[in-house]
Design a protein around this ligand. Structure first.
Ligand code: BDR
Ligand code: CA
Length: 320
């Protein structure tokens, strides 16, 4: 069973990622050892409330804790226009249970100590990862398998002409992590790959059908409709890019993908280029490689994999 820790900011595509991970947890393919949140799509506290509610719907009782409340050196910007006023589109979760006390970094530290084969998946800004680097350097260095959704690498951005949202929100965190990476290369799922994974109303209908009596299925239309409308307003059509779910599948190797070893750097301080990420694919910088940049992923396999996970949840609810 693969131990998984996810650091996220649900967030609509983060929510689909959590549903997928919950299914794999119930299947016994992974152990979801913890969920921590970053401030990005919404506040870290709201994101934790959302994650806790989603996981409660799915009968997962992993610890869920909010992480750092703001970026390292810039003001926090959230994006209600993309993910809805509280991060879950048109859905406002019923009063989420109180956040249990606890320190998110202790969850990370405990997970590193307990699981040598831990997979860390980051689908929000890198604020927690960069903070962990500073507060727990020895444990940070032992993070052996990290997958990040972020960056528009040598590619147009979705937030500025050159920057992707997660890197733009906390550019200093992203820059620091690639400047001083853990022992293992970071597997980077950037926009040019993740934006290929699209769900439209027909795909959503099929997903809801596959989920059967799983309670969360009843909420997906309200959650996704907001994301469809946002993408249409951006000229992308009435559909949605599901970055974070594709990232989880790549992190777990449940779909085919290709990657390349390279050196990534992130610009933090330039006003125009804030959050811009660059891969030195030709070795101009003569710096050590710090990332495995994912260059393609099989999105049809991703749709099949999502259907497999949804079907597993349906079976679980059918036999309860
Ligand atoms: C990333 O930004 C967020 O809005 C999404 O949840 C995803 O993690 C895509 O740029
Ligand atoms: Ca996210």
């Amino acid at each position: 069973m693969i131990p998984v820790l996810i650091d996220c900011d649900p967030g609509i595509d983060d929510t689909l990622a959590l549903i997928y991970l919950a299914a794999l947890h119930h299947l016994g393919e992974i152990e979801l050892v913890g969920v921590t949140t970053t401030a990005g799509n919404t506040t870290a506290t709201q994101a934790a409330g959302n994650a806790r509610w989603v996981l409660a719907q799915l009968l997962i009782d992993a610890p869920v804790l909010p992480g750092r409340p703001r970026p390292r050196h810039v003001e926090l910007t959230t994006t209600p226009e993309t993910h809805g006023p509280t991060g879950l589109g048109y859905l406002e979760v019923p009063e989420a249970p109180e956040t249990p006390g606890g320190d998110w970094a202790e969850v990370w530290r405990g997970a590193v100590d307990k699981h040598a084969d831990l997979r860390l998946i980051v689908t929000g800004p890198l604020s927690n990862l960069a903070a962990f680097q500073q507060t727990h350097p020895e444990h940070y260095a032992r993070l052996g398998n990290i997958t990040v959704m972020g960056g528009a690498v040598n590619y147009r951005g979705n937030t500025t002409p050159t920057a992707e949202w997660n890197f733009w929100v906390d550019p200093h965190a992203a820059a620091e992590v690639f400047e001083d990476p853990p022992a293992a290369s970071i597997r980077l799922c950037s926009l040019e790959v993740t934006e290929q994974f699209l769900i439209d109303p027909a795909r959503l209908g099929a997903l809801v059908d596959s989920l059967g009596a799983t309670p969360v299925a009843g909420y997906l239309a309200d959650i996704l409709r907001f994301y469809f409308e946002f993408h249409r307003a951006q000229g992308e059509g009435y559909q949605a890019q599901i970055h974070d779910l594709l990232t989880c599948m790549i992190a777990l190797g449940t779909i085919p993908y290709e990657d390349v070893s390279t050196t990534i750097a992130v610009e933090a301080d330039s006003p125009l280029l804030r959050g811009t990420s660059v891969a030195d694919l030709r070795g101009h910088w003569d710096r050590p490689h710090n990332a495995r940049l994912v260059t393609s992923a099989d999105v049809e396999a991703a749709h099949s994999e999502l259907a497999r996970a949804a079907g597993a949840l349906a079976v679980l609810w059918a036999i309860r």
